[in-house]
Write a protein that binds this ligand. Structure first.
Ligand code: NDP
Ligand code: PYC
Length: 346
C-alpha cells in the first residue's frame, strides 16, 4: 500500500468528505442511490488510509462515467435462484449497489442455510474489496469475496498478461476485538499502487513487474506503459488469481479480465467483470464458538511474536480519522473541488 500523495494535508470530517463525493458522483451521472453507495465506499477507504482506492480514484470514476462505459444510474436486478444462491445482474452499473440490493436476502439465506452465495455479473468494481466483506463480520458472519479486474498480470510461466489484479477479501468476527479482515490483490502490487508510485517518482521492489519487452523492471512507468505486473508468490499467487477468474467471472456469468473491450470509450477505467461473495453463519458450526476461537487464534499469534494483524493498520487509521478528521492532501481536495465545479472530466 503506497503512502498518500506528498504535500500539505487537510483533515475533513467523514460526513463532509462523503457528502462532497456524493455530489461529484451525482454531478457526473450517478443516480442519488448509486452516488450514496459509492461515496460511502470511497470515503471509508480514505478514512482507513486505503489510499489506492480512496479519493485518488475519483478522477477515474468521473472519466469513466463521462465515457459512457458504465451506467451510473443502473438499477440492479436481484434473482433468488436457490435456497443458498442469489444472482444479481448489475445492468452495466457498479458492483456495490448490486451488493446493497441483494444484501438482506443474502444474509437471510446465510442464516437459514448456514451458507449463501451472491454472484454478481455485468458489474464494474473500481474499489477496495474489504468494505464489501467487513460489515458481515460485524454482524457475526464470515465472508469471502473475489473480484476480477482488467488484463495486466502475466500468469506464472506465461509470456503475456492475461489475469487482472484479482483481489481476495476475507472477514471474520473475533470476540471482543475488531473483526479479522484481510484484503489483497493476487498481483505482486495493486495497479493503483503502481500508479501512485509512478506519480511520486518512486521505484518498485524487484519481482513486481515486467516492461513492454517482458524484461524485469522496477520502474512503475514501464509497467504501466506496455509492461505488466506479476502475480505475488510465483505459481501460488498465480493459482489464486486463476481461481478468482473462475469464481468471479465463469461462475457469475461476468467477463473474464481480458474479455471486455473498452477501446471505444476513451477515459474508461473501471473493469467490467463480476464478483462473488460467500457468506457463512458460524453459529451453525461445531460448538457455535467461532468468534471465541478466532480470539484464541489471534492471542496465540501475538504470543508467537506477531506485531500486526491484517486489517489492524486500517482500524488504527480509522480511529485517528474519527478523532481528527479524514486526511486528504490539499492537492486532492482541490481536485475534488474542480471535479464538482466541472461537468466534464479534468
Ligand atoms: P496490501 O498488500 O497493502 O495489503 C494486503 C493485506 O495485508 C491487507 O489486509 C493488509 O492489512 C495486510 N498487510 C499489509 N502489510 C502487512 C504486514 N506487514 N503485516 C500484516 N498484515 C499486513 O494490499 P494490496 O496492495 O494487495 O491491495 C490494495 C487494495 O487494492 C485492496 O483493498 C484491494 O481490494 C484493492 N484492489 C482492488 C481491485 C479491484 O478490482 N477492485 C483489484 C486489485 C486490488 P491493512 O489493510 O491493515 O494494511
Ligand atoms: O488497484 O489493481 C487495482 C485495481 C484494479 C481495479 C480497481 N483497482
Amino acid at each position: 500500500m503506497s503512502a498518500p500523495s506528498t504535500g500539505p494535508v487537510v483533515r475533513v470530517p467523514l460526513a463532509q468528505l462523503q457528502e462532497r463525493l456524493q455530489q461529484i458522483f451525482q454531478r457526473h451521472g450517478c443516480s442519488e442511490a448509486v452516488a450514496a453507495v459509492l461515496a460511502a465506499n470511497c470515503a471509508s477507504a480514505q478514512r482507513d488510509g486505503a489510499h489506492s482506492h480512496g479519493v485518488f480514484r475519483m478522477p477515474g470514476y468521473v472519466s469513466t462515467l463521462a465515457s459512457g462505459w458504465v451506467d451510473g444510474a443502473a438499477v440492479p436486478e436481484v434473482k433468488d435462484v436457490a435456497p443458498a444462491f442469489v444472482r444479481v445482474d448489475a445492468k452495466g452499473g457498479f458492483a456495490q449497489p448490486a451488493l446493497a440490493a441483494a444484501r438482506t436476502l443474502l444474509v437471510e439465506k446465510a442464516r437459514q442455510a448456514g451458507i449463501a452465495v451472491l454472484a454478481i455479473h455485468n458489474s464494474h468494481h473500481f474499489a477496495a474489496l474489504w468494505p464489501d466483506v467487513e460489515p458481515f463480520a460485524e454482524e457475526g458472519l464470515v465472508a469471502l469475496s473475489v473480484v476480477n479486474s482488467m488484463t495486466c498480470v502475466v500468469p506464472h510461466g506465461a509470456r503475456k498478461p492475461l489475469f487482472g489484479t484479482n483481489p481476495i477479501a476475507f472477514a471474520a468476527p473475533c470476540q471482543g476485538l475488531d473483526p479479522i479482515v484481510f484484503d489483497m490483490a493476487t498481483s505482486a502490487m495493486a495497479h493503483g499502487d503502481v500508479q501512485i508510485a509512478a506519480r511520486q517518482g518512486e521505484q518498485l521492489s524487484p519481482g513486481v513487474g515486467v516492461d513492454a519487452e517482458g524484461e524485469p523492471t522496477t520502474d512503475p512507468k514501464a509497467i504501466l506503459e506496455g509492461g505488466a505486473l506479476l502475480p505475488f508468490g510465483g505459481h501460488k499467487g498465480s493459482a489464486l488469481s486463476m481461481m478468482v477468474e473462475l469464481l468471479a467471472a465463469a461462475l457469475t456469468g461476468g467477463h473474464f479480465s481480458w474479455e471486455f473491450d473498452w477501446s471505444q470509450h476513451p477515459g474508461a477505467k473501471t473493469p467490467w467483470t463480476g464478483q462473488l461473495i460467500i457468506v457463512i453463519d458460524p453459529s451453525k458450526a461445531e460448538g457455535g464458538r467461532f468468534a471465541e476461537r478466532s480470539r484464541a487464534l489471534v492471542e496465540q499469534m501475538h504470543a508467537a511474536g506477531l506485531s500486526r494483524l491484517p486489517g489492524e493498520r486500517r482500524f488504527r487509521e480509522r480511529a485517528v480519522s474519527q478523532r481528527e478528521g479524514v486526511a486528504v492532501s490539499e492537492q486532492e481536495w482541490q481536485g475534488l473541488e474542480r471535479l464538482l465545479a466541472s461537468d466534464r472530466p479534468l
